[in-house]
Design a protein around this ligand. Structure first.
Ligand code: IMP
Ligand code: MG
Length: 223
């Protein structure tokens, strides 16, 4: 796509920002290492992603499919930005929403098995322009499992927007159509990214201290 913007690449040795430069909830202050992507930068990047998405998919009914739980903030902010563009355009088409819940992580490790825990009746995707909205592509297993499920319902077009893509040797090689930032192989939390469900309620994307991984660890279960 000619007009699709490049992902912002964050280098392997990016130092991040001191926590003291930002407002961090007291309860998490001891658990975080650095602010890695400030909330304001996330919002600025989303504004451009919204334009990229509408240039590619607009003019037809878009069904935006949110991959819960991690994508809920990105989903909401991306759709708000798309709605703003539609309000100011001569050629707007409807955007409807659906939600699917998928889980693959225990502590900070991808378990390798992707579980669809419920949500959307995907038959409503037939003939539609489907935008799958994901928080992060790490190994790519989630997308590899989800895309065939969506495709089998006969959508007109399927695109994937992921806020983050991780550079990792564990990658299966999948790259989303729209990507906000490419990040090094570190575990990040905040802006709905979680560690065992904690840290979603943090507005910046941050890196975790090792001590926090123990503090919020779950007993490893067989999934
Ligand atoms: P994949 O299937 O390995 O691509 O993993 C994708 C899912 O793992 C994402 O949708 C996230 O929910 C989760 N995940 C991967 N890396 C991180 C991270 O650094 N922080 C929080 N969640 C992550
Ligand atoms: Mg996810």
């Amino acid at each position: 796509m000619a007009n699709r913007s490049p992902s912002i690449r964050i280098g392997d040795d990016a130092p991040g920002y001191d926590l003291d430069c930002f407002s961090i909830p007291k309860n998490y202050a001891q658990d975080l290492e650095k602010v890695f992507i400030p909330h304001g930068l996330i919002m600025d990047r989303i504004e451009r992603l919204a334009r990229d998405v509408l240039q590619d998919m607009g003019g037809q009914h878009i069904v935006a499919l949110c991959v819960l739980k991690g994508a809920y903030k990105f989903f909401s902010d991306l759709l708000n930005a798309m709605e703003t563009l539609n309000r100011n355009s001569d050629q707007a088409s409807p955007i409807t929403v659906d939600f699917i819940r998928v889980s693959s992580y225990c502590n900070d490790q991808s378990t390798g098995s992707v579980r669809v825990l419920g949500g959307a009746d995907l038959s409503s995707l037939a003939g539609k322009n489907v935008l799958i909205v994901e928080d992060i592509v790490d190994t790519g297993r989630t997308m590899q499992a989800l895309l065939p499920l969506v495709e089998q319902h006969g959508p007109r077009m399927v695109r994937v927007a992921s806020l983050l893509v991780k550079r990792t040797p564990r990658s299966l090689g999948y790259t989303p159509d729209f990507s906000g930032f490419e990040i090094p192989d570190r575990y990040v939390v905040g802006y709905a990214f979680d560690y065992n469900d904690y840290f979603r309620d943090l507005s910046h994307v941050c890196t975790l201290r090792e001590t926090a991984k123990d503090k919020y660890a779950l007993a490893v279960q067989k999934l």
